[in-house]
Design a protein around this ligand. Structure first.
Ligand code: PLP
Length: 412
């Protein structure tokens, strides 16, 4: 059998859950020869995701990164522009900005829900930029600021209202990176459908997966048509091979969309499973010393897609990385959060205000096994190991000190 064998009793961080109509729908594609980039399942998958996101349009793509790339193009981002983006995120949105020759401006996370700090976005735009009569420009670099790209991380929404308000003030489009937020809601609204465009990923660790894939959602008919055109090599005359623009081969195949349809049918069950896993972890960890549990804002419905907690080494007497090693030695897979992108060598030429909260969160965060199919006994095993590694006390810790976001000094 292909694939990497897993040792017995190994508890993975997060793996796909294939238990619905995936086999049937994929087989139908194989049986009917509809395996490529057009087909009924692509249309159906797009419809299902659009319905979920509450948008009029959805365009399936080969990946979430491809969706972000196209969304930024639609937003009009050009070479040497700047795009305001979260510092604490997987690297893909920052890369997508660089694909266009534009520059990310990294904004710190807020300490409570770990999402992009809206006050940081507002402060950067109000205090570190100026309107020159035609465009909003970063005072330090002189570059145009042309979009905001908040990333909803770990299944919890970012606080969008203040971001949307400042975006409206400066006529900036907001592209939601909702790749980790399918099924989550902000003030009752589904993520991805709140900004001018939203992007989802269906790679192997996401709440639903197509193996690899993505989706761009929007209510803008012009953007949707342009996205469809650009993701299919910008064909103006498909018979004579005339192309009036440089397009991309970014369309999702019918084969993968078939899997996506089957997975979408199970989304609510998956969200429920994730929330139950999170609830159980919370119940057992709330009394452990030096642990910061993920919180759900009263304006949020979180999927707890990737269950992550913070370890305060001073109080727990064990650091997040040591805990990771101890768990690995006991066949439990965990991960730290991403290196904050303002620290990434790949983005060392980008700038933005200081990001101390992202740095602190990165040092303390550890993500625990949280597959939809995680069994209660496997979860108990994880809980027992962690509990035995941490001395029991009665209080939990949360020691972050918010940093004033108004500091315009570049961190690079
Ligand atoms: C926040 C974030 N943005 C973008 C992506 C990119 O998605 P994909 O891997 O489908 O390109 C991911 C996941 O990988 C992600 O977690």
């Amino acid at each position: 059998m292909p694939g990497v064998p897993t040792p017995p009793d190994f508890i993975p961080l997060i793996v796909p859950e294939i238990r619905g109509n995936e086999w049937e729908y994929v087989k139908e594609c194989l049986d009917t020869n509809w395996v490529s980039s057009v087909g009924g399942y692509v249309d159906r998958f797009e419809k299902m995701v659009a319905e979920r996101a509450g948008t009029k349009y959805a365009i399936a793509t080969v990946s979430g990164t491809a969706a972000l790339h196209i969304a930024l193009l639609l937003a009009g981002v050009q070479a040497d522009d700047e795009v305001v983006v979260s510092s604490l995120t997987f690297i893909a949105p920052a890369n997508a900005i660089r694909y266009l020759g534009a520059w990310p401006v990294f904004i710190d996370a807020e300490p409570r829900y770990w999402q992009i700090n809206p006050a940081g976005v507002v402060d950067f735009l109000d205090k570190c930029c100026r309107w020159d009569g035609q465009a909003l420009r970063n005072r330090q670099t002189g570059r145009r600021v042309t979009a905001i790209l908040p990333v909803h991380i770990l299944g919890h929404p970012a606080d969008l209202d203040p971001i949307l308000a400042v975006a409206a003030k400066y006529s900036l489009p907001v592209i939601e990176d909702a790749t980790e937020g399918l099924g989550a809601r902000y003030r009752g609204k589904s993520l991805g459908g709140i900004g001018h465009a939203g992007c989802f990923s269906f790679n192997g660790n996401k709440i639903i997966t197509t193996g690899g894939g993505g989706m761009l959602v929007t209510n803008n008919a012009g953007w949707a048509a342009r996205a469809r055109y650009l993701t299919t090599q910008a064909k103006d005359d498909p018979i004579e091979y005339v192309h009036n623009a440089v397009g991309y081969n970014y369309r999702l195949t019918n084969l993968l969309a078939a899997m996506g349809c089957a997975q979408m049918e199970q989304l609510d069950t998956f969200v429920e499973a994730k929330r139950q896993i999170a609830g159980r972890y919370q119940e057992f960890f709330v009394s452990l010393p030096g642990i910061g549990l993920p919180e759900e804002a009263d304006w949020a419905f979180s999927t707890f897609w990737m269950y992550t907690l913070l370890i305060d080494e001073k109080r727990s007497r064990i650091g997040s990385r040591q805990l990771l090693r101890e768990l690995a030695a006991r066949k439990v897979q965990t991960r730290p959060l991403w290196q904050p992108i303002h620290r990434s060598p790949a983005h060392k030429l980008s700038g933005g205000p200081l990001c101390p909260n992202s740095d602190a969160l990165h040092g303390q965060a550890i993500s625990l096994p949280c597959s939809v199919g995680l069994t209660p006994s496997a979860q108990s095993q994880v809980i027992e190991i962690i509990t035995s590694l941490l001395a029991k006390e009665t209080s939990s810790a949360r020691d972050f000190h918010s940093h004033s976001p108004s500091d315009c000094s570049a961190h690079s």
